[in-house]
Design a protein around this ligand. Sequence first.
Ligand code: NAD
Length: 352
Amino acid sequence: MDPFVYNAAPGRVVFGHGTMAQVGAEMERLGLKRALVLTTPQQDADGRKLAELLGEKCVGTYAKATMHTPLAITEEAMQLAKTLNIDCTVALGGGSTTGLGKAIAYRTDLPQIVIPTTYAGSEMTDILGETKEGIKTTVRSPKILPEVVIYDVDLTLGLPTSLSATSGMNAIAHAVEAVYARDRNPVISLMSVEGIRALASALPVIVKNPQDKTARSDALYGAWLCGVALGAISMSLHHKLCHVFGGSFDLPHAETHTVVLPHATAFNEEAVPDLLAPVARALGTQKAGQGLFDLAQKLGAPIRLADIGMKADGLDRAADIATQSPYWNPRPFRRENIRKVMQDAFDGVRPG
Ligand code: NAD
């Protein structure tokens, strides 16, 4: 066994069907009395139902959470939090809503209860990505990690199949980067491979029948494991490329991960085939990069950057940005390598 460091992240997880009903009890357990419910405009009705469920324990709702956590939204929510004198937030939604709760916690250290409704996995990390004037920056802090996460499978039954597919691939991306991370460790590698296995088997079922409760449960379980993996390791090339495409070209988060992942993985697979072999096995294939490409195709998810808003004439600038402040990667690379990975993702060619 190679030497390693393992940090167990604190935090309580409640998993099951109908578990949202336990949110009041979870607040009581922490001695909390004045929650602000956070969500997006699209999930406003669900946020109101949650507020009703909490009764007097909810002092307000804020339904303007936005992708990539723009500073202006955080400042508005902070103002409301102050006016209402809240003692916690309850975030109901995907990574965007979780991001807003984290942004408030980072500034106030208020406790957070998160009820995730996608597979993004943000609820399991101490990472906050924020956007100011079009630039996305990331911070890590123990204050950012939610105190309680309530996974309620029933809330994911309505997640549209297209978003289920791309959000699931986004989760898988966290776990793929965990198995070859510089700071990898055996516990997180086990969780990562199990998370990939659970998602890779559940997502094709969900795409055919979004109401399949067993598949939904397996996918959410996989998303939890992949989120834990992201929270425990440092990200490499794949996440770097996605941050460039999301932050500087405004490409959609989960779709970008879906398209880039097979190519970044195939690039790294040449350097660390042994580390990626368990991923390939979890996908039921010989090669991880190819297996991820085939999975995305099977799910009917996008496979070309060209189809999700990227313009060919932006690739050179994207490669420049990615090379200027690179993340560590198991396979050293030069700009021309990055440019090639980006071109392959742009064209949607099957790796290998
Ligand atoms: P999202 O939260 O933006 O959700 C996408 C849309 O789907 C929203 O309109 C949302 O309201 C809706 N939605 C969510 N769940 C639904 C459901 N069950 N039924 C119907 N509609 C639903 O998308 P996301 O991919 O979950 O999150 C993306 C954001 O999360 C990005 O800003 C990304 O940077 C961030 N993120 C952060 C981390 C981290 O560790 N910091 C990890 C992953 C993602």
